[in-house]
Design a protein around this ligand. Structure first.
Ligand code: 5GP
Length: 209
């Protein structure tokens, strides 16, 4: 990959862990970072906007995007499909902008396979008990759905070793700060790589004759 390209940042964590609030915190405090808006087949929730929260599409339209190879990754999550528009991500990366994907684990692993230099970050709850308490606090879902999401969360956490960093969401403000540090460090590492390339001595080639 051209080292002047932006970084691809993949942010994952189980349902109920509070990804949204941490992401908000991060975007308030970091520039040169753009959020990738996903495509989904799920119903629009009240307050959500087309093109801002998601691109809402029918199952048929979603399948057409898959066929046309327009998605960088896609996965099914609790009965709906979610995917990342590929062209947008690559255009922004080429411009040197860091692109932020907030996606579930299976999609994250697909991105890592296609794009090994992606920066992979996993958001953890302080404990499973705390996650359960947070899911219950939402109080919008029946018991069986809560148990399903908890089982899914336990399953997702098995993949933690595939990620470069884990951040504990004990407070959204603190976790957002840590996320910012991780991204800033990656930017510095890349800058150093560029400088090293520039300063590398020209090999001493001996010409014959
Ligand atoms: P929600 O329906 O609550 O908005 O999202 C459900 C899950 O889908 C969340 O874990 C969210 O991170 C994930 N998600 C959102 N967009 C994408 C996407 O483009 N690809 C994948 N694989 N997961 C996504």
């Amino acid at each position: 990959m051209n080292s002047k390209m932006g970084n691809l940042i993949v942010f994952t964590g189980p349902s109920g862990v509070g990804k949204g609030t941490v992401v908000k915190e991060l975007f308030q405090n970091l520039d040169n970072l753009i959020f990738s808006v996903s495509v989904t087949t799920r119903e629009k929730r009240s307050g959500e906007e087309e093109g801002k929260n998601y691109f809402f599409r029918t199952n048929h339209e979603f399948d057409e995007l898959i066929q046309a190879d327009k998605l960088l990754e896609w996965a099914e999550f609790v009965g709906n499909k979610y995917g990342t528009p590929k062209d947008f991500v690559f255009e922004k990366l080429k411009d040197g902008t860091d692109v932020f994907l907030e996606i579930e684990v299976q999609g994250a692993l697909q991105v890592k396979e296609k794009f090994p230099e992606a920066l992979m970050i996993f958001l953890l709850p302080p404990s499973i008990d705390e996650l359960e308490a947070r899911l219950r606090k939402r109080a919008t879902e029946p018991e069986e759905k809560i148990l399903l999401r908890l089982a899914k969360a336990r399953d997702e956490m098995k993949y933690i070793n595939d990620f470069d960093f884990s951040v504990i969401n004990d407070s959204a403000q603190r976790a957002g700060k840590e996320l910012r540090e991780i991204i800033l460090n990656r930017r510095i590492e890349k800058k150093n790589l560029l400088i090293n390339d520039y300063e590398r001595p020209i090999p001493n080639v001996q010409f014959q004759g």
